[in-house]
Ligand binder design. Structure first.
Ligand code: BTN
Length: 248
């Protein structure tokens, strides 16, 4: 059974969990908060974290070399979908690489951060999830409303945040424990869930371009084809993708 630390508000559960990990906290230690004042997203973005959401970070100690865990981010996204389905009865899609979506809008974001030892092993990973559960979408700015949704909008029911956090933490730990041995199965699940595949996307990096999303490989990289027929491989640390006519 994982240890769960419950907080009302915190700057960032990922930063809190990283401090605990540096002090030696065990595999499976989880931190949940009802709001964050300095939530962080991928690629240095901030992550709006008002009350109504669940902000959860889980410390993982996979005892693997970093190159064995290229697919971890994707595996964890699939596990988070499993948890939402188990607790709330609806299965979100995944916008590559690990935004959870419902009906074309963002429901949750996942930020996985790794710390390595000098010999290339993972010292610890922190998997952080921010998911809009019971938030009132009408309170968000018009720009955010255009791309964001909540579980409440789709289920009509309030989610028990602690219950969801417990299931999520336990599924994340199990996913981490099987990420290498059962990678093929996890990636097959991920592809089935991935709403980006088949779409024309804009690849946002130093030089943005348009391409068709073809596949996600066994390590979680997105394969896209540009109009000149060339195939490009996109790794999650480098870029994000956006739909041409909306968020997906
Ligand atoms: C993204 O959408 O770019 C990822 C967002 C990840 C947000 C979660 S909320 C819990 C944890 N604490 C943080 O500061 N970030 C993650």
């Amino acid at each position: 059974m994982e240890r769960m630390i419950f907080l009302d508000t915190v700057p960032s559960t990922n930063d809190y969990a990283k401090d605990l990990a540096r002090q030696g906290a065990a595999h499976g230690t989880a931190v949940m908060a009802k709001s964050q004042t300095a939530g962080r997203g991928r690629m240095g973005r901030s992550f709006l974290s008002p009350e109504g959401g669940l902000y959860l970070s889980v410390i993982l100690r996979p005892r693997e070399r970093a190159e064995e865990l290229m697919a971890l981010t994707a595996v964890l996204a699939a596990a988070v979908c499993d948890a939402v389905e188990q607790v709330c009865g609806i299965r979100p899609g995944v916008k590559w690489i690990n935004d959870l979506v419902l009906d074309g809008k963002k429901l949750a974001g996942v930020l996985t951060e790794l710390s390595l030892t000098a010999d290339g092993y993972v010292d610890y990973a922190v998997c952080g999830i921010g998911i809009n559960c019971n938030g009132d979408i009408a309170e968000l700015s018009p720009q955010v409303q255009e791309i964001a949704t909540s579980l409440l909008v789709h289920t009509g029911k309030r989610t028990d945040l602690e219950a969801l956090a417990k299931v999520m933490a336990s599924r994340i730990v199990r996913a981490c424990d099987t990420a290498v041995r059962e990678k093929t199965v996890w990636m097959e699940r991920y592809r089935k869930n991935c709403v980006t595949l088949g779409k024309t996307v804009r690849v946002l990096g130093a030089e943005p371009y348009e391409a068709t999303a073809l596949n996600v490989d066994g390590d979680g990289a997105l394969q896209v084809r540009t109009a000149d027929g060339k195939i490009h491989k996109i790794f999650s640390g480098e870029v994000s993708v956006r739909g041409l006519f909306g968020y997906i």
